[in-house]
Design a protein around this ligand. Structure first.
Ligand code: GLU
Length: 489
């Protein structure tokens, strides 16, 4: 392992912060932290048409939300900046000129129409399409003629048939036949260098020691090795992380799958620590049964040689479970604070703010049942609003209308007589009353719970009585009595 570990995440801000990018960022971050290295953020925004500032911002916000901070990059700066590629065009030009001068690259004037005719011809002959090399050896006159004709050009990098071997940290030795590659474009007609080129230059200029990124970039690594050779650069050590697939082994896609960290996870009530824990297991394993890891533990335990080659299957159910786990095990105050963001009803917000103590009590009762922070809405509304429910819900299993009416009457009478609504007092009284009235405990408690909450799944009835207190509890039970009485048999 080199002394000076420098890794980076190099997203193209052409879309919102992608789950796959978050995983790549996490692996790089952990690798850097584990080895006392530096983690760099670089925006690869030379594709002016597709890159947008709002996406760069979304990536930055998302990384910070996840707790993946960078040592160099946008906002923090660093020795090797600027960290937005569109501010580095002069640097790329030096190397473009160098490649043109040495003859390793050349201007290609072929039009898109000419290229597509060429491609069709190759396809008809059953050949894999690749650039024919038509403009490789143009004479000075031909160049001048094309320029006089007003043709635009791209710059292509010459690729001679050879074997390219990537010695990949994760995949081992991978061979590419450069003969199939064709001379590839490094600068577009508008003068903008392409990612495969700028990426190589910047990894060199920023002294990147290891390139850890998704497996879909493996073919780019072959191109980058050739570019680095032509420029006399040392190659970084590559490591390509396994693909992330859906359960049916299809590729995760932006259109079909929830892949936006901001919209699909943060805004839906996932905790960053749950997402981190989930993402790290998409490719890495500790080698033990342990599944729950804090960032601190990961920094201590992360080993790149425990990253597997086989595709990782994305299991949304597991993420949901993990999120619930982290919510259950978080401080009450933290969850109370975070859930407030998910209460959209303005009136309700005001009520909560006016009695934060009560909100804490409410959250304490539902915290274990939150799978996402957004679940808060459906779980707490009945604490603040009278519940609505069908009369039939009041009837416990194996009970009937008559018995339910009796249960609610007995409960109402019993509860009217006590003043102290603590859990132990109401429990003893109600159980005793049920027995005396020859009702099953469960039968009576079910009806009271529905009367209070309007729901079949809610916190325990005694906790509810305590939180509502005498007046509110009696009112709700009286309403329930009216509702059950009006039920036609
Ligand atoms: N800009 C490339 C991307 O977003 C970066 C690939 C790399 O990490 O080298 O896919």
């Amino acid at each position: 392992m080199p002394d000076n570990i420098r890794v980076r995440i190099a997203p193209s801000p052409t879309g919102k912060f992608h789950l796959g990018t978050a995983r790549t960022a996490l692996f790089n971050y952990l690798f850097a932290k584990r080895n006392n290295g530096s983690f760099i953020l670089r925006m690869e925004d030379t594709d002016a048409e597709r890159s947008q500032d709002q996406f760069a911002k979304d990536i930055i916000d998302g990384l910070l939300w996840l707790g993946i901070g960078w040592d160099e990059g946008p906002e923090v700066g660093g020795e090797f900046g600027p960290y937005y590629q569109k501010e580095r065009l002069d640097k790329y030009q030096v190397y473009i000129d160098q490649l043109l001068e040495s003859g390793a690259a050349y201007k290609c004037y072929c039009t898109p129409e000419e290229l597509s005719v060429e491609r069709e011809k190759q396809q008809k002959q059953g050949l894999a399409p690749k650039y024919s090399g038509k403009c490789r050896n143009l004479s000075d006159e031909q160049h001048q003629q094309y320029e006089r004709d007003g043709r635009t050009f791209v710059i292509r990098f010459k690729v001679d048939p050879q074997k390219v071997v990537i010695d990949d940290l994760i995949r081992g030795k991978v061979e590419y036949d450069a003969g199939l590659m064709g001379d590839f474009v490094i600068v577009r007609t508008d003068g903008m260098p392409l990612f495969v080129f700028t990426n190589t230059i910047d990894d060199y200029l920023m002294k990147i020691s290891h390139v850890l990124r998704g497996e879909e970039h493996l073919p780019n690594a072959a191109k980058q090795i050739l570019l680095a050779e032509a420029l006399n650069f040392m190659n970084p050590q590559f490591g390509h992380l396994p693909l992330i697939l859906n359960a049916d082994r299809s590729k995760m896609s932006k259109r079909k799958n929830p892949v936006s960290v901001t919209d699909d996870y943060r805004a839906k009530g996932y905790l960053p620590e749950a997402l981190i824990n989930f993402l790290v297991l998409l490719g890495w394993s500790s080698g033990t049964d342990q599944e729950i890891f804090s960032m601190q533990e990961l920094i201590q335990e992360f080993q790149i040689d425990r990253v597997g080659k086989s595709p990782s299957i994305f299991d949304p159910e597991k993420l949901l479970w993990m999120n619930g786990y982290y919510i259950r095990n978080s401080d009450l105050g933290k969850i109370a604070h975070l859930t407030q963001e998910f209460i959209t009803d303005k009136e309700l917000q005001k009520e909560i703010e006016s009695d934060v103590q009560r909100y804490l009590q409410v959250i304490a009762l539902v915290q274990d049942r939150l799978k996402t922070l957004a679940d808060v809405k459906s779980l707490i509304t009945f604490f603040y609003r009278k519940p609505e429910y069908p009369a039939s819900l009041l009837i416990a299993r194996k009970s009937d209308k008559q018995r339910t009416e009796k249960a609610l009457t007995v409960a109402e009478r019993t509860l009217r007589e006590i003043d102290q609504y603590s859990v132990d007092v109401t429990e003893v009284s109600l159980r005793k009353a049920a027995q005396a009235a020859e009702l099953k405990d469960g039968e009576l408690l079910w009806s009271v719970r529905v009367a209070l909450s309007g729901s079949e799944a809610s916190p325990g009835v005694f906790e509810l009585l305590e939180i509502f207190g005498k007046d509110e509890s009696l009112q709700r039970i009286e309403t329930a009595l009216k509702i059950i009485k009006s039920l036609r048999e």
